[in-house]
Ligand binder design. Structure first.
Ligand code: AHG
Ligand code: MN
Ligand code: MN
Length: 325
């Protein structure tokens, strides 16, 4: 039995840290909704075959990818719980082509972009997966439209992810604060276990899909060779799991543009922006190789981007090599 009493609960932390702060007032309700949804998703993942959530739905999503049953189940869980929390005006989701407009009265103060299940190729083989959330504040009194969501990552007020690994960990970032909470599976309560996360100075790991090396251009190959020479390779194939390890231990994640994905594979609004925000608040960096991820002015909800993410000095060195420096 985990002794919750030794740790501050997420609810206590959220209320004391964010209530009453102008930009963050109401954020506690959104984060508690995400936590509650992730507990439900975590239970489905742990039960997997028994909960009849493995395999594919037979549908393809807006990206032309086969939708895993757990992708769809997670999307439904988080959309419903965010809609019910009463503080979210609009939701953008990897698995849903159009934004879900919830409401635009003043209490609906936040906009949430999410990847409800990240690392889908790992679902059926019991390897760590995750969920990712970017949180923006709605500009007051604007009517909520599809375009409302297309804000640069540097306007996020918070970001969060959950990694469903050997334990279920929720990481929440706000300006200059990154906090990690571990789920007590018996009580369903998240407790503060990783206060004030900062990415270590050392960078022991690099995470990239070496199978794509032959599809890279010359400068990206040079960047990967540079990482190979300096660091140990760790690649799970779930961005959240690779990023979480690199955030706690130091490391760099690299998914450059290549012949198969000339724009990059990962999605700007609900993968690169949220994790780039977390990385920066923890002292790290996120780049496309040409510019800071959080400065990109988005053109559409599901646009892709190259991504270099992790220790600031190594991100900058890798970006410079990719640029041809
Ligand atoms: P998603 O499951 O949400 O589509 O994301 C999968 C992403 C990311 O999690 C991971 O880093 C990357 O795809 C792995 O891509 P490769 O299998 O091409 O390496
Ligand atoms: Mn993903
Ligand atoms: Mn996904």
């Amino acid at each position: 039995m985990v002794i919750v009493g030794q740790h501050r609960t997420l609810s206590e932390f959220a209320t004391s840290a964010w209530s009453g702060h102008d930009q963050l007032d109401g954020l506690d309700a959104v984060i508690m909704a995400i936590a509650k949804g992730s507990y439900k998703v975590s239970q489905k993942i742990r039960a997997a075959t028994l909960a009849d959530v493995l395999g594919v739905t037979g549908e393809t999503n807006v990206h032309g990818e086969m939708v895993q049953r757990l992708d769809a189940a997670s999307s439904d869980i988080f959309v419903d719980i965010l809609r019910q929390c009463g503080h979210v005006a609009v939701i953008g989701c990897e698995e849903i082509e159009e934004p879900v407009i919830v409401g635009d009265d003043p209490q609906h103060a936040f906009m949430v972009l999410m990847d409800p299940l990240d690392g889908s190729s790992n679902i059926d083989v019991a390897v760590s997966i995750g969920s990712i959330f970017g949180i923006w504040r709605r500009s007051d009194n604007d009517r909520v439209t599809d375009a409302s969501l297309l804000r640069p990552g540097n306007e996020q007020v918070a970001a969060a992810y959950i990694v469903y690994g050997s334990s279920t960990v929720l990481v929440v970032a706000t300006r200059n604060s990154v906090q990690g909470f571990t789920l007590d599976p018996e009580s369903g309560v998240f407790v503060l276990t990783h206060p004030d996360i900062n990415i270590p100075m050392e960078c022991p790991y690099y995470s990239t899909n070496e199978g794509n090396f032959k599809a890279l251009n010359e400068t990206s190959r040079r960047a990967v060779k540079n990482l190979r020479a300096a660091y140990s390779q760790r690649y799970v194939g779930s961005l959240v799991a690779d990023f979480h390890r690199n955030l706690l231990k130091g490391g760099i994640f690299l998914y450059p543009a290549d012949r198969n994905y000339p724009e990059g594979k990962l999605r700007l609004m609900y993968e690169a922006n949220p994790l780039g925000f977390v990385a920066e608040q923890a002292g790290g960096a996120a780049s496309t190789g040409k510019q800071r991820i959080l400065d990109i002015l988005p053109e559409h909800l599901h646009q892709r981007t190259p991504l270099i993410l992790g220790n600031r000095d190594v991100v900058e060195q890798t970006a410079s090599l990719i640029k041809g420096g």
